[in-house]
Design a binder for this molecule. Structure first.
Ligand SMILES: Cc1cc2nc3c(=O)[nH]c(=O)nc-3n(C[C@H](O)[C@H](O)[C@H](O)COP(=O)(O)OP(=O)(O)OC[C@H]3O[C@@H](n4cnc5c(N)ncnc54)[C@H](O)[C@@H]3O)c2cc1C
Length: 322
């Protein structure tokens, strides 16, 4: 059995969990798939899963699971793994997973393969592709040793098919796990927010990203106008954030966020590998660049070769005509 650990906040499922289910469907072959949802109260999350994706949803509710601590999560996961005996445990490679998965792997003495972008084969003999050295190389890794194998999938690497229309409810089962309150030594404070309007770009459906082609901070209003017209979040390549023109949380790439929106518009971005690894999973990529040989066009679905200072205002005028 493959156990997918879902991620939710206040009863709202993180979209990355649905991508992990797509990866797991490919991985599972004939193996059954179950989902584990954990939290103080998991709310309506159950309704997000369909019988074509999963056989059963397991629920662990305990007030000690909110606010999140790695200690409580690892305690619950260890217990559930002992009783349910999955051969593979799958996660989305979110910040939360990065926090607790290594501790879990060490605790249960299992191999952990992180940030997977593709896989070959099925079941426990599958091998996994993951980037190395800031995306310069792709390693093919096969787990060995004690099962379960722990695997985490990169956000944006596996696309969710929105057209799947299966409303048959999935059966669910509550599992009681005793968490020893004394074993939780962490006292989490409010999550750190650098900016008041901090955004979670990983959840954005549309992103307009800007690169060095914008030339100066004053010109950013052109980008903001386009973002407003298409209802998108603004993001950037690294030089823009390094210059302080936009906050670091808006940086896309190997040292920034990995995103997979439905629409990614890249303005004046060359498409260096460190940028591409953060956005190439986007469903539709539109690139505007005056250099026809810019590498961004290799991943773009639609490309416009030209000056963004001409194209973007014209686009905004058209979009606002409605
Ligand atoms: C360890 C490491 C980590 C890194 N991490 C990241 C990361 O997380 N994210 C990231 O983005 N980068 C990262 N980088 C930097 C990366 O290598 C590139 O330098 C960076 O992505 C380039 O940004 P850019 O495309 O905005 O600028 P440039 O490469 O300078 O490209 C600017 C583009 O704008 C075009 N242009 C210029 N004027 C116009 C115009 N008027 N109209 C239209 N197009 C125009 C040009 O043709 C060009 O293609 C990292 C580098 C290293 C070494």
């Amino acid at each position: 059995m493959i156990l997918v650990v879902a991620e939710q906040k206040n009863g709202k499922l993180n979209r990355a969990t649905l991508e992990t289910l797509v990866a797991v469907k490919q991985l599972s072959g004939e193996m059954p798939v179950k989902v584990l949802v954990l939290g103080a109260s998991v709310g309506d999350v159950l309704s997000e899963f369909t019988v074509s994706q999963v056989q059963e949803v397991l629920i662990v509710e305990d007030k000690l699971l909110d606010p999140y601590t790695s200690e409580a999560f690892v305690a619950v996961l260890q217990k559930v793994i002992e009783t349910e005996k999955p051969s593979i445990v799958a996660f989305s490679h979110t910040y939360q997973t990065r926090d607790f998965a290594p501790m879990l792997a060490a605790r249960i003495q299992s191999p952990l393969i992180t940030d997977i972008t593709a896989l070959k084969g099925t079941g426990t003999s599958a091998t996994y592709m993951r980037p190395m050295f800031q995306g310069k190389l792709v390693a093919e890794v096969s787990p060995q040793g004690e099962k379960p194998y722990l695997v985490s999938f990169q956000i944006g690497a596996f696309r969710v098919n929105d057209t799947e229309n299966d409303s048959t409810p999935v059966s669910s089962r509550k599992i009681n796990v005793e968490i020893d309150a004394a074993s939780i030594r962490m006292k989490p404070e409010q999550p750190f927010q650098e900016a008041k309007q901090a955004v979670d770009l990983t959840q954005a459906e549309r992103i307009v990203a800007v690169g060095r082609g914008i030339k100066s901070e004053e010109n950013l209003s052109i980008v903001e106008n386009l973002a407003k017209a298409v209802g998108a979040q603004v993001a950037a390549s690294r030089p823009i954030c390094d210059s302080g023109w936009l906050p670091m949380e808006r940086q896309i790439g190997s040292s920034g966020q990995t995103v997979a929106p439905k629409l990614y518009i890249a303005l004046g971005i060359s498409g260096a590998i460190q940028h591409l690894v953060g956005m190439k999973g986007s469903r539709t990529i539109v690139a505007i660049n005056k250099d026809a040989d810019a590498p961004i066009f290799e991943v773009a679905d639609y490309g416009m070769v030209g000056d963004l200072f001409d194209i973007v205002p014209a686009l905004v005028t058209e979009l606002e005509k409605d």
